[in-house]
Write a protein that binds this ligand. Structure first.
Ligand code: PBG
Length: 329
């Protein structure tokens, strides 16, 4: 074979933008994205999170401008996180009708019925010790008492008007417990997106600054997964799938593309990937120095998550990228 007879099939398909678009396998849509929003009980607050440029902690009176901007960018789904007025050992603010999330959901659903509102269901932002549930006297997480509180929290969110609930605490049995409680309270149609595969990750650092939820002692390695493992990801996903999870999430996303792929191949439900705070912070930090084109890098990262198998992506980039993306219509 001479030098000039080498096969060059793929490159022939890259010669024009028209052809490249025609053979493109994955497209990032506005509809794929869910924008996280941080709510605090302190009115008048609009505090930029230092490690997350462009992301703010909002009071209920300053959040409307942010919601308008999100909708204008073509993003129609948000997930709410709360910074409560008071923390206690159980995180009781999470199930009070006048808790920050409940008030936030009511405000958003009244004013923007077209906005899809998801709530993060967890305790770490609301407990004085910063862990994701109730602790025993040695500081170990008590699984089953936490389940009962999760049921109260999920029902309270749904009753306030949440369109979907997303438990993020990696508590064993959380999906079955929440599904039963929601059904019993008449919320049979409220879907559950499970943070099914959640790693004990250093990438959550900026988020914990944002909501002041770092554990005051110990860490979350007894309930979140070891980053070195992939086998238990499938076990965790299977359990949540069996208990009725409507969507399975993998978190974080970037260093876990193989896990996204494995879960997507195994389960016939939509897969979500959480492009977490530390992943966002890295892109922003490099972009601010002019070392990378931040938006281009963000788009590349997010479409890679789709290529790996994600249907939905929770990302702090959503509002900024929205205007440059197509809509599924
Ligand atoms: C728990 C929760 C966390 C995140 C989402 N839900 C924090 C944690 O597990 O410590 C992290 C999200 C991010 O880093 O962007 N309520």
């Amino acid at each position: 074979m001479s030098l000039f007879d080498q096969p060059r099939r793929p490159r022939r398909l890259r010669n024009s933008a028209l052809l490249r678009a025609s053979v493109r396998q994955n497209v990032l849509f506005q509809n794929d994205l869910i924008m996280p929003v941080f709510l605090t009980h302190v009115d008048g607050t609009k505090r930029e999170i230092p490690s997350m440029p462009g992301i703010f902690n909002h009071g209920l009176d300053t959040v409307p401008a942010e919601i308008d901007a999100i909708l204008e960018a073509g993003i129609d789904k948000v997930i709410l996180f709360g910074v409560p007025e008071h923390k206690d050992a159980e995180g009781s603010d999470t199930w009070h009708d006048d808790g920050i999330i409940q008030r936030g959901v009511r405000l958003l659903k009244e004013r923007w019925p077209e906005l899809y509102v998801i709530t993060d269901v967890c305790f770490c932002e609301y407990t004085s010790h910063g862990h994701c549930g109730v602790l025993d006297e040695h500081g170990a997480l008590l699984n089953d008492p936490t389940l009962v509180n999760l049921q109260r929290q999920a029902v309270s969110h749904a009753s306030a008007g949440a369109d979907m609930v997303a438990p993020s605490g990696m508590i064993d049995g959380m999906i079955g417990a929440m599904r039963a409680a929601l059904d019993e309270a008449g919320h049979e149609t409220t879907p559950i997106m499970s943070y099914a595969v959640k790693y004990a990750s250093a990438f959550y650092g900026p988020f914990r600054d944002a909501v002041d939820s770092a554990p005051t002692s110990g860490d979350r390695k007894t309930y979140q997964m070891d980053p070195a493992n992939s086998r238990d990801a499938l076990v965790e996903a299977e359990l949540d799938y069996e208990q009725g999870a409507d969507i399975l999430m993998v978190k974080p996303a970037l260093s876990y593309m193989d896990v996204i792929r494995a879960v997507a191949e195994r389960f016939d439900v939509p897969i979500a990937a959480y492009n977490v705070s530390g992943e966002y912070a890295m892109v922003k930090a490099a972009a601010q120095r002019g070392w990378i084109d931040g938006d281009a890098v963000a788009r590349e990262l997010l479409v890679s998550m789709k290529r790996a198998g994600a249907d939905l992506i929770l990302s702090y980039h959503a509002r900024d990228l929205g205007p440059s993306l197509p809509n599924k219509g």
